[in-house]
Design a protein around this ligand. Sequence first.
Ligand code: CP
Length: 332
Amino acid sequence: MELFGKDLITTQDWSIEEIEALLKVAKELKKSRFKNRWSNCLEKKTFLMLFYNPSMRTRESFECAATELGGHAQYLETKSMRLKRKEAIGEEPKDVARVMSNYGCGIGIRILEDSINKYGEGDKLIREYAKHAEVPVISMAHDKYHPCQALADLMALRTRLGNLKNKKLFLMWSSGHLVRSWSSVQAALLLLSRVGMDVTLTYPKGWDLDGEVIEKVKNNVASAGSGFEITHSLVSAEGADVVYSRNWMSPLRYQSSKEEEIELALKHKDWICDEQLIDRTNNAYFMHPMPVERGWEVTDEVVDSERSLIYEIAENRLHVQKALLALTMGER
Ligand code: CP
């Protein structure tokens, strides 16, 4: 399986065979972290990371990943550069992509809602970089997708549940102050539906996700022979094998202020993953991409329970990203 030179903007652009090849290497790297056949595959190479928005896990896991493969990941804050940004004249992605291709072995980009004027602009921008770059372009979370997060999610769920075919995923909106982008939940919906999970997506009316992504999820479950439903009630958690809770923005986010969005979200304080909800499930695992808002998105009892996968998933970011760097940017 040849993955060298490949971009990762959404897992939908990769075949199932390519995803499985990456996860196989990630598993190998997790088992044997510091002594493996990939240990020096990035020797003298640099992965350049453009952050339009802040990060903890993504930055640190990519930096550690590159180091553990014998290379280096360089953190670049776009506000310290002269890049074209929201309402700011500056250097075009085409020129940046061409120049950076001559320095690094790959380019990572994070661009989320606070750095764009409307939904879809981040995806457009990252694809513009990819069109002109001569090295792989990796989404480190943009307004539409967070593919590395979804791969880490899948790796953890497989470890705990084995074959995910027809295992029930209950993905719920939750209240809170974080008002996060749709990237992590949309990436999870796409990938977990593709591997055959039965997906129930639940949110109060008004918190719809991207309709195009929802159509893709419907196509995925049709191909995988699994199910998909959208509900507006937490009662539908019944029988779930996995509960994923997340406070995400409403489609009004680009017209209203963040404060208004928070005010709206706080009206639904009862939308929280708590023990009562978990009691209605099939002893479900709890997942969340982090950072998590305790007491709003999930109670301490659930997030600190033995069934919580949050730290395992965060750790898996390192392993899947090592596999990604090794296969797309290491030696052929
Ligand atoms: N889950 C995730 O991407 O975390 P960071 O925002 O800290 O990178």
